[in-house]
Write a protein that binds this ligand. Sequence first.
Ligand code: ADP
Ligand code: MG
Length: 320
Amino acid sequence: MNEFDFIRQYLHRQQQDKQLILGIGDDAAIIRPRSGYDLHFSTDMLIGGTHFFPDVAPGDLAHKILAVNLSDMAAMGASPRWALLSVALPELNKEWLTAFCDALFALAARFGVTLIGGDTTKGNWIFNVNIIGETPSGQALRRDAAKIGDDIWVSGQLGLAAAALDMHWGKVKLPADVYKTCEQKRLRPEPRVALGRQLLSLAHAAQDISDGLAQDIGHILAASNVGAQLNVDAIPGLQTLRQISDDEQQLRQWMLAGGDDYELVFTAPPVQREAILTAAQTTVTPITRIGAITASGLLQLKDNAGNIISLSKQGFDHFG
Ligand code: ADP
Ligand code: MG
């Protein structure tokens, strides 16, 4: 199989899309934007050895490269619409590519995303997706919109993927059922797109958590020029993680600085509490209120008893 067989046989699938004028097969795709909508562009890359193990299942890898990009759209309340996929592979293996493409198109179809192009080269395991999404004009959720007095909410459970990764590194042992839950979070994150869309009219600022809550919420605080106080004992994930360890410091590192969560953290005025809980219910997304935006300019972590908590590491940094 050569590059062109791969593109024709594996990627060039019929997809329903009214705004797509020209898809895969020409030098560039053509999309006709809708009036009344803004377009969002984002890109995220996975590199073998850095972001995934060499023996990762192709379906899991395909899910993750698209899911992490969908998560960026979710964070802005955007509806993901189109994706471009660039790959560097050492060889074109039929079985591997079939499993990869099946998982990719399955997830794309579930979220209404059309694959409109990409690039294929020989190389050492790099996967990059460019994603394009839409929001009604002027309504996107941004990092710079948090207000003093806002509640802080997170979706899902934090720290589970980080715990699964530590099991791979041999740092901890997880009971089989907990490992299954944590490994599922690490390999098959569920992008919170439906929740993000519902939050457009309810929340002020939002962001997805990919490098640890403490670090990622810091981006909202910096952009909005505010502070925050979080109750670390309220962070969802604690109950699951307590089955692995009773070392509070370790639990907090996973939940606050672990990375790979792909959950949303968002701020909203307290008057929206009921509506936000309803939105979470409608979209079948667990959410938890974990703190409030303050005027301090700092991120303050406290436990149930009011003790101040400090972390040894804030989150993941490729160059840190
Ligand atoms: P060019 O030489 O102009 O870069 P290519 O031969 O690389 O074009 O690609 C041919 C077509 O196949 C283009 O429409 C491109 O977008 C698409 N394509 C190539 N690789 C991929 C990929 N990995 N995923 C999706 N589409 C791809
Ligand atoms: Mg090309």
